[in-house]
Design a protein around this ligand. Sequence first.
Ligand code: ZN
Ligand code: ZN
Length: 517
Amino acid sequence: MFPDPDMPGIDLVLPDLSYLRDNAERVEGIVLTHGHEDHTGGLAFLLRDLTAPVYGSALTLGLARHRVQEAGLEHLATFVEVVDGERRDVGPFSVEFIPVTHSVPHGFATAFHTPQGIIVHSGDFKIDLTPVDGRLTDLAHIGALADGPGIRMLLSDSTNAEEPGFTPSETSVGATLRRLFEASSGQRMVVTCFASHIHRVQQVVDAALATGRKVATLGRSMAKNVELARRLGILAIPDEALVDVEEVDRMTPGEVCVISTGSQGEPLSALALMAAGESKWLHLRPDDVVVISAHPVPGNEWAVGKVIDGLHRRGASVIHTGVEPVHVSGHARQGELQMLLSVARPEWFVPVHGEYRHLVNHARLASQMGVADEKILLCEDGDSLILDDAGIHRGDSVPAGFLYVDGTVGDVGRGVLRDRRVLAEEGVVVVVATVDPHAREVVGHPEIITRGWVHAPEAEALLEEASTVVRKSLESAMADGAGDHETLRRHARKALGKFVGERTRRRPMIVPIVVVV
Ligand SMILES: [Zn+2]
Ligand SMILES: [Zn+2]
């Protein structure tokens, strides 16, 4: 998942993979349902610990390969491409790859044929009846599985389980884009969306070509994904319609459209640099139109808001989801979730993918659709379910915390994160004291160093007082016979912490350093 704002300095949040690592020899394969970052980004870390073939569509594997290559681990990965409707043996299972629509092309639901019946996992999906590429969610096949052998268990995407109705079709965004492009003739267009949203990119390209524009990509991942999708024949852009972004500033504004990354307000992304007037490639002008064809994922609203402010400062017109329907979700709302449940008619149901409240709402829907309440299982990370002849029951929990990654590799850990929060919110006070336990005295004056507690040059008297408090506490501890390092440190921390709390009502981190001579 993506780091929260209360995780200072964290680049990535990974699941605790220790259960998989401990059971590495039992892992027969890794199935990627689709190419989104939060579904494939952990692969590079998993492959360090276990080797198993990785299954997915050509596009999914292409997107995943970018990440694995960046980690320099391509030699550890065996990618196995599968196509729509294919059935493959993976260890003791037979797995079917069932097409679904989503906000990245070529996603799959999967059906696992096991000795305990068929388990269907929806993957991330919506039921788009008019998708850009005409590739529909294959409800008919899921229905056939339900009619034939029956579906023992369904696990289904809960992201939009609180939203009533149906998510609009992706093609509705195309119509809006076309209208906006037509209304902006003579003006330069900049459109930003997720780089993996190839169908959105296609619709931007279509609107651009239809209004006499050429297109340029901006941002590394956009260039990479456009190249990959064109190579796979998923994205249609004629060669002569593509121009290099370096040429854009010299082109007639009404004849160009730039497709850019940065829809989430990421600080160093192409769009954020444009908004700050620091882009090497594109200098926004008052006549430009910027379309943000995405919705901020929770936690990014503030960053996106700042970018929108910056774009307005450049004088550009900004069009976002608050103004025009320039984005639709890739996830099924209640109507679609009910449709899947009615087609699949599972014996057991497990809502997955979403916050707890989404799971609860999805469980409620299943209950309304006639799934027996005792056969709806609300699970959290680390829970295990066991299927046997008696039914499905809960097993032991397995480790399932998070790993916090800062920099390249390696878990930062909860303790470090807690320290960072205290440092960020309250600062730190360090005291360095030298003591001579034999003479039972403090040598010299304890030195107080602080960052983020009080502004030291203006608080000399306070620091002086703090120093005296520490000296007295150490002297009285030694008078009582304390002589070891650890005990003296404890006394210094307690005395200083109490002083700081009483005098300033703050709780910075207290770091005592006691040097014994
Ligand atoms: Zn997802
Ligand atoms: Zn997804």
